[in-house]
Write a protein that binds this ligand. Structure first.
Ligand code: ZN
Length: 85
């Protein structure tokens, strides 16, 4: 993690995103084993961002973010717990 991770995932895609991209982004956010994007503001309540066609939205405050990693758009995250072929 750290600097190596940053170098491997430099490709960013700006909103607006397609419905399919939004679906994939939200799968990454909710999968539970990848650290989700979170709101930059410090406040009570959920800070896990929710993807929409026009970008990320904080569920609790007006914060938005309009970029995501390109690798997150290509499909749901690999599941390390899924051992079926
Ligand atoms: Zn927030």
């Amino acid at each position: 993690m750290g600097e190596d991770w940053e170098r491997d995932y430099v490709e960013m895609i700006e909103a607006p995103w397609t419905d399919e991209q939004v679906e994939n982004l939200n799968r990454w956010q909710q999968c539970g084993y990848v650290h989700p994007f979170t709101c930059a503001n410090h406040h009570e309540g959920s800070r896990d961002l929710i993807a929409r066609n026009d970008g990320w939205h904080c569920p609790t405050c007006p914060y938005t973010q309009t970029w995501a990693h390109e690798s997150m758009m290509q499909g749901p995250p690999p599941n390390p717990f899924d051992r079926s072929p």
